[in-house]
Design a protein around this ligand. Structure first.
Ligand SMILES: [Zn+2]
Length: 350
């Protein structure tokens, strides 16, 4: 490829992006020389299934930054992004990575565990501390609220695949220590349900302002509706008292009933217009295997006893919470059930 494109413009970024995308899909891209004012022109030879996306007759696709030209228009003023996103659809949505080595804390975990955790109804003793490798699954979700208005966002939820607890991890892709780990992580991810549960909770917080704004608008519109129809009802009454001839009470009542019915119908319409519809979709999964410390605890609850494991996370340099078996939240104030010795958060244990 002759790279004659000047640095720094959006047009250049779009051309670079499209070139990389086509090359990644097995295409060969060639740009022709151009002067600064002219549109950039080029050709790409691509596999047939890619050519179909551009309605090309052959495997050669014309490229141009001029909107309206034949082939693929590399301009944000066209449907460029739609076509690009179709090419991106073919990308894998799961990345597997690892960090081979990390410093693991040494020292007194007995003290650390008793400082971080409150055991609400059991005797807990530290049994053993073991270096292990743990997989963390970072699920990226796309959330879309549709109501009278729309609101959308993307956000990650990371779950420790061994313990199932949610962990506030940095974005794995920002970590310089990260390496590709294509051979590992062959097991299907078991963390999806847990991640969705947490995502449903978190999206309510993230969309808090939007939801409050919609509530506010609905309240305002309901108030206006009531005021309008109450005014109509008042008018009806006043007519009654002002009129010279004796009013027909049946007619008055019928009018009042009609106004009230109309008010209810409008209120239902309003509720439908403001009904909140949430779509939560997983977009990408990053699986990352890192060294960590497993801390085995012996838990005695009444006459039952069970082993539970907590993890010391070398990226956060702290202990991770324990996952409540009832609601799925992570907690450091832990109660245990009588028979199974399952961990529960304080709220679920009440
Ligand atoms: Zn709970």
């Amino acid at each position: 490829m002759t790279n004659l494109i000047e640095q720094g413009s959006i047009e250049q970024d779009v051309c670079d992006f499209a070139t990389k995308l086509l090359e990644r899909r097995g295409g060969l891209v060639e740009w022709t020389d151009h002067n600064d004012d002219a549109a950039r022109e080029g050709t790409a030879i691509v596999p047939t299934e890619i050519a179909d996306l551009f309605d090309a007759d052959s495997e050669t696709v014309q490229l141009s930054t001029q909107p309206g030209s034949k082939g693929w228009c590399l301009s944000l003023a066209t449907d460029f992004l739609d076509t690009a996103s179709q090419l991106l659809e073919l990308e894998p949505r799961v990345g597997t990575f690892c960090i081979p080595e990390m410093y693991l804390k040494r020292g007194d975990f007995e003290e650390l565990v008793s400082r971080e955790f409150s055991w609400l109804n059991a005797r807990v003793r530290l049994q053993e501390t073991r270096p292990v490798r743990v997989e963390y699954h970072t699920w990226w979700f796309h959330a879309l609220f549709v109501s009278e208005d729309r609101w959308e966002t993307r956000f990650p939820i990371t779950v420790n695949a061994s313990s199932g607890t949610e962990v506030q991890m940095p974005n794995p892709l920002d970590l310089w220590e990260l390496e590709p780990h294509p051979t590992a992580c062959r097991q299907p991810p078991t963390t999806y349900k847990r991640a969705v549960l947490q995502a449903q909770r978190q999206v309510q917080e993230l969309a808090g302002k939007f939801l409050a704004r919609m509530d506010g608008r609905l309240g305002r519109d309901r108030r206006r509706l009531r005021e309008y129809y109450n005014a109509l009802l008042r008018e009806n009454h006043q007519k009654k008292s002002r009129s010279q001839t004796k009013p027909d009470p049946e007619q008055q009542e019928a009018r009042e009933r009609a106004v009230k019915l109309e008010m209810r119908r409008k209120a239902t319409e309003l509720d439908e217009r403001y009904a909140m519809d949430l779509t939560l979709e997983p977009v990408v999964l990053t699986r990352m295997e890192i060294p960590a410390l497993a801390i085995d605890l012996s838990v005695e609850r009444k006459r039952a006893r069970r082993k539970h494991t907590v993890y010391w996370n070398p990226l956060l340099k702290q202990l991770e919470s324990i996952c409540c078996t009832r609601c799925g939240s992570g907690t450091f104030s832990v109660a245990f059930t009588n028979e199974e010795v399952d961990p529960l958060c304080a709220r679920c244990a009440e």
